[in-house]
Design a protein. Structure first.
Length: 202
């Protein structure tokens, strides 16, 4: 197996946009979405050598970052049999993440409570600040959206051949602000900053 990437991030952090971008630079990747922290990947450790999958990505959403090392250690077989193994942490800037998450929840609840999620964002931020000490690779969503040089650098550091052909397709997926709402990915805050229920929870 060439690449084995474990992706960690909060919902509404651009996880799927970045994962799809990574997949576009891989050869026939196997992707497992939204794996719970207690789900065993033991059966996946038995993927036969003749498997058509050359690369592997597993996504963990809303997992407490204190669990990352344990999850990584439990999948030691993948480390042993992959050329590149990475724990990748995705972090979106606080204001735009909170605005997107709040708007996402309002689709089902007119008065969403985001206080617990806000506390978890701060955990991710603290973890990301020491990502080099935690043996993790940090991707900052806001920079990834805006800066092509940053994307090129990320691809190079991950050992991938840079490809931006699917970027807009990836970033348009799953917007909390409605299908087709694409401008200003880093200006979501402006859409809800005057909502008192939102701001009082920050």
């Amino acid at each position: 197996m060439n690449n084995c990437f474990y992706i960690y991030g909060l919902r509404r952090s651009g996880n799927h946009a970045i994962i799809n971008w990574l997949k576009s630079m891989m050869e026939n990747p196997l992707f497992l979405n939204d794996i719970g922290p207690n789900r065993s990947l033991y059966t996946l450790n038995r993927i036969p050598e003749e498997s058509p999958y050359v690369d592997f990505i597993a996504s963990y959403e809303d997992v407490d970052p204190s669990e990352i090392r344990k999850i990584s250690n439990s999948n030691w077989v993948f480390k042993l049999h992959s050329s590149r193994y990475r724990n990748i942490v995705i972090l979106r800037d606080f204001k735009n993440w909170a605005a997107s998450f709040y708007t996402f929840l309002k689709q089902w609840n007119p008065n969403p409570d985001i206080k617990n999620a806000v506390a978890m964002w701060h955990k991710y931020s603290a973890y990301a600040a020491d990502s080099h000490l935690n043996d993790s690779f940090l991707i900052e969503y806001s920079k990834w959206v805006d800066d092509e040089d940053y994307r090129k650098c990320l691809a190079d550091e991950l050992g991938l051949d840079y490809n931006d052909s699917t970027l807009m397709e990836n970033t348009e997926m799953g917007s909390s602000f409605g299908k087709g709402y694409t401008p200003g990915f880093n200006n979501r805050w402006d859409m809800v900053k005057d909502d008192p229920l939102f701001t009082e929870q920050l």
